[in-house]
Design a protein. Structure first.
Length: 269
């Protein structure tokens, strides 16, 4: 695929391999009594290095299930998931944990911070599982806190800072292993509009620095920060393209509805 190189700011087109490729992904939950529920149905798409992608869909559409699979927190029932060329769809839990630790940063809606540990401890937590020394963990945590605008907060507890700051801590934790991809699941869901804008501007900055960002959201104004949108409806991809193109199509559809309504009202008179 020909794509503008966003990593180094060059305007020349370069051929890139997808960092994410999902092929005929299906997810079915099997229940007692022989019942089953199909949540994802033959999902196919590619995401390239440096893209900023919003995954949208109504409640129950399957977007969160898809995010869990992309983030290696779950496995598909069938299909292939290539992450940087490595098929992770059939890996066991231990192997998936290793992939998460090496390649992925995850940001959750509820922050998922340890409330009795300092902010620096929270940020450096992923490094413990890689046997990094305490001194190096501290040093790298301080650098990440500086990167997200939280210099001087390292020794505070999460309860001593605002919700927006807690989400910045979660982002710093996601960055601590220098991941190539950040997955964010409703990252502004618990924040006010002003703080949401601050967090999304931070994601935009990280994306401009070369990190691939994939976020799940149901908020239109949050999705506007992304360049590309993948919409999931009833477990299938119903739209995959530029966010602006989707908005333009939605606006045209709305205008057509207004015209039809006006025509009907005139005829009724």
């Amino acid at each position: 695929m020909l794509q503008k190189n966003k990593l180094n700011g060059l305007s020349a087109n370069t051929v890139q391999k997808p960092v994410i490729e999902v092929i005929d992904i299906c997810k079915t939950y099997f229940m007692s009594g022989g019942l089953s529920q199909s949540v994802l149905k033959n999902i196919n798409f590619k995401i390239f290095t440096g893209e900023f992608v919003a995954i949208m869909g109504p409640s129950g559409s399957g977007k969160s299930t898809l995010m869990n699979i992309l983030g290696c927190l779950d496995r598909p029932t069938s299909g292939d998931y290539l992450l940087s060329g490595d098929n992770v769809a059939k890996k066991d839990d231990t192997a998936l944990a290793r992939v998460r630790g090496q390649n992925i940063g995850f940001v959750f809606q509820n922050f998922n911070l340890l409330m009795k540990r300092t902010i620096a401890d929270n940020v450096s937590l992923p490094l413990i599982y890689q046997n990094v020394s305490e001194a190096e963990r501290r040093e790298r945590a301080l650098k990440m806190l500086e990167k997200v605008g939280l210099t001087g907060y390292a020794d505070r507890l999460p309860s001593q800072i605002s919700g927006g700051m807690q989400q910045r801590v979660a982002i710093a934790r996601a960055l601590i292993n220098n991941p190539s991809i950040i997955f964010a699941d409703e990252p502004t869901g618990n924040l006010d509009s002003h703080t949401s804008d601050e967090i999304m501007n931070l994601f935009t900055l990280l994306n401009k620095q070369g990190i691939t960002v994939v976020l799940v959201t149901h908020e239109e104004d949050v999705a506007d920060y992304a360049d590309r949108m993948i919409k999931i409806t009833d477990g299938r991809v119903s739209y995959d393209g530029l966010r602006k193109s989707y908005q333009a199509g939605a606006e045209l559809a709305y205008q057509e509805q207004v015209k039809q309504k006006t025509f009907v009202e005139r005829e009724a008179k």
